[in-house]
Design a protein around this ligand. Structure first.
Ligand code: FES
Length: 681
């Protein structure tokens, strides 16, 4: 056997024999060990740091001598003097193998390091950004061997980094020559590697070695708010998050009113497109300023959004989405330069990626939920609900995934509710009603105290109790049902029927007094019969959508339920089930995924392969159109009762006893869904 040395890398466990004198970085590359480098082994970037281990390693069958690596050299000393190396660390490009050795690659030296999400359902993101930095030394021009500067840069990238076929947009060529000369033919380049097989593209370059981080934006473009996370493309860290209201609200509160605006007003779509792009530029400037990041270092932007926002962002008239058969201009993912859609507040060459849409009413935001929560990999049958003005619903497991959207309307967000408001400080967000006394207690956003706790009044004095938000109204209605104040048909009982003077007459119906602040100049906050009807309509639509997907799959139960969306994060599983918003499931298997769409955007930003994955997954998702499905109406009507007219809720019954009350004799209300017609899209 040769006297080659055995090298074992941890944590990968990859091992191989190498001639003495081989740099650790070279060995790592040959074995496919994930060891980072920006400078290509020139001892400048320090990305290649490794931690050699010495002594006896019975597990690996080696003993590592103190001189298993070449001595600490001048390059490492210079780096240590300038920036400091952690004790025990070596630069992988400088340290050479001299004997059998075990070498640990710390997480921060791995290109594809895992970034663990903070959410409960911690799924890690493997870093594999589409845009990366490379340091290259380019050959100087030579009259005897004439070639362009771009061609020599391209040649250098091929030779030094195995990057072939570099493209560069003309505007960048203007800067190429001065920067190459300023850097004395050494430059750091940002290269974008498209996930779809297109040639790599030069996005920017800087003279000499420049390892300042590159950034990307993950943007959840909602119809009401736009939320952005600015992420370091090196380590996935979110360096700043910010949100602004979507200025398109002035053209219509909900999506369909915006589509109507585009239908009724020639050029209306372009107006809305301009408004949202302008807002995105403002948001980009603000978030970069907050994080003290040079906007020129923002190289990418990933968007998740519903189909209407998708079209308006891209400058496509959304009118077709307002009428059957709800055809999208394209359902494929879209990759394009940011400047093509007038996003000018980031690097001039920045790239945009918009996730694919699933169907005319199931957008890239639902695709992002799928990317984040992975129903297509689930062993058990999971129902995922992203609750908003339209609920987007996914049902499936690793064998098949179905999707639909359901027109819940804005009641879950506090709209169409008499005392409803957006989730903001002062809004009642949690409610409990004592079943014996029928007395409520509640919590408002901005304070952790329940309303019957000592110090509550003082704590909320500056906030004020202003109204009730989406999660608050869901809890209030469910609590009223559990306390026997509301019968299964959704009728509110009178004071006589319930024995509570909190029930006050309201025309021919009754309302429940949740909070009376009139003595202090505040509002009277009640839950009215029409509030109940609005919630019944919304929850029936949600349930009917889920049930339709279950029919399609031929199942009567689901194993677990995931509530997604900022609002989903605040819904209590028990209350959602008492209301019959979601099908029966074990209560401990109803979880919240928080802002799963935003997480999906971050995953697509940080991991190039995930773009390929979600495009494939979306192409396999089976779409169900609720608008043309007659059974939707049947399910909708049956779901009007609280929790449901016919479906058994065995898990719910185990956890909660619902009083057997009926208030129909008092008149008013009616039990069939109220006089209001259900709003369709
Ligand atoms: S590879 Fe850059 S310092 Fe080692």
């Amino acid at each position: 056997m040769s006297d080659d040395a055995l090298v074992i890398f941890t944590p990968s466990g990859k091992r191989g024999r190498f001639a003495k004198g081989t740099p650790v970085l070279t060995a790592a590359r040959q074995l496919g060990v994930d060891l980072d480098s920006v400078c290509g082994g020139r001892g400048i970037c320090s990305k290649c740091q490794v931690a050699p281990a010495f002594g006896s390693f019975p597990k690996h069958g080696v003993t590592v001598a103190d001189d298993a690596l070449s001595p600490w050299n001048a390059v490492e000393q210079r780096y240590d003097d300038k920036r400091g190396l952690k004790p025990g660390r070596r630069l992988g490009c400088q340290a050479q193998i001299e004997g059998d050795v075990v070498i640990d690659v710390p997480a921060e030296s791995q290109v594809h390091r895992q970034v663990v999400r903070k959410a409960a359902s911690a799924r890690s993101i493997v870093m594999d950004p589409a845009t990366r930095l490379y340091y290259v030394e380019v050959q100087e021009p030579d009259m005897h061997d004439p070639s362009g500067d771009l061609q020599r840069l391209s040649e250098a990238l091929k030779r030094q980094w195995q990057i072939e076929g570099l493209r560069a947009a003309p505007p960048l060529l203007r800067r190429l020559q001065p920067i190459l000369r300023k850097g004395k033919w050494a430059v750091t380049v940002a290269v974008h590697h498209p996930h779809d097989g297109r040639a790599p593209q030069l996005l920017d370059l800087w003279p000499g070695f420049d390892d300042s981080p590159l950034y990307g934006l993950a943007i959840d473009l909602g119809s009401t708010t736009i939320a952005a996370h600015l992420c370091d493309l090196g380590n996935g860290e979110v360096v700043a998050s910010a949100g602004i209201m979507n200025p398109q609200i002035r053209f219509g509160e909900d999506l369909m009113s915006r589509v109507s605006y585009a239908m009724m007003n020639p050029g209306g779509d372009a107006e809305m497109t301009d408004a949202v792009r302008e807002a995105l530029n403002t948001l980009t400037q603000e978030i970069a300023a907050e994080a003290k990041v040079d906007p020129d270092r923002i190289m990418e932007s990933v968007f998740v959004c519903n189909p209407v926002m998708h079209h308006l962002l891209l400058g496509i008239d959304p009118v077709e989405l307002g009428q059957a058969p709800f055809a999208l201009a394209t359902s494929d993912a879209v990759s394009l330069p940011a400047r093509e859609i007038a996003l000018t507040a980031m690097n001039d060459s920045a790239q945009v990626y918009v996730l694919p849409c699933i169907a005319g009413h199931v957008g890239a935001d639902a695709a992002a939920v799928a990317l984040s929560e992975e129903p297509h990999k689930s062993e058990d049958l999971v129902l995922m609900v992203d609750v908003g003005t339209n609920a987007e619903i996914l049902l499936g497991d690793k064998t098949k995934v179905l999707a639909c959207s359901s027109p819940t309307g804005p009641a879950f967000e506090g709209a169409q509710i008499s005392a409803g408001q957006r989730a903001a400080p002062g809004a009642i967000e949690r409610v409990q009603i004592d079943p014996a006394t029928k007395t409520p207690r509640f919590r408002i956003i901005g304070s952790d105290l329940w309303s019957d706790a000592d110090g509550f009044d003082a704590a909320v004095e500056s906030l004020g109790i202003s109204g009730i938000c989406g999660s608050g109204i869901i809890e209030a209605v469910a609590e009223m049902r559990m306390a026997g104040l509301l019968d299964p048909s959704g009728l509110i009982g009178s004071a006589e029927q319930t024995g509570s003077d909190r029930m006050i007459p309201d025309g021919r119906t009754h309302s429940y007094v949740l909070h009376d602040g009139r003595d202090q100049g505040g509002p009277l906050i009640t839950v009215t019969q029409s509030d109940i009807r609005a919630i019944q309509l919304a929850k029936s639509a949600l349930y009917a959508g889920a049930r339709l997907l279950m029919d399609e799959l031929g199942v009567d139960t689901v194993d677990r339920v995931v509530l997604a969306g900022a609002f989903g994060a605040h819904i209590s599983p028990k209350h959602a089930m008492v209301l019959g918003m979601i099908p029966d499931a074990p209560l401990d298997r109803v979880t919240s995924a928080g802002n799963a769409a935003g997480t999906g955007a971050r995953i697509a930003l940080c991991n190039r392969a995930s773009r390929v994955e979600i495009e494939q997954v979306v192409s396999r998702i089976h779409k169900v159109e609720t608008a043309i499905e007659p059974r939707f109406q049947e399910h909708f009507i049956a779901a009007n009762a609280i929790p449901h007219a016919t479906a058994p809720f065995p898990h719910l019954q185990q956890a909660v006893t619902l009083p057997d009350v009926a208030f129909g004799a008092s008149g008013g209300g009616g039990a069939g869904g109220g006089g209001r017609r259900r709003r369709r899209r």
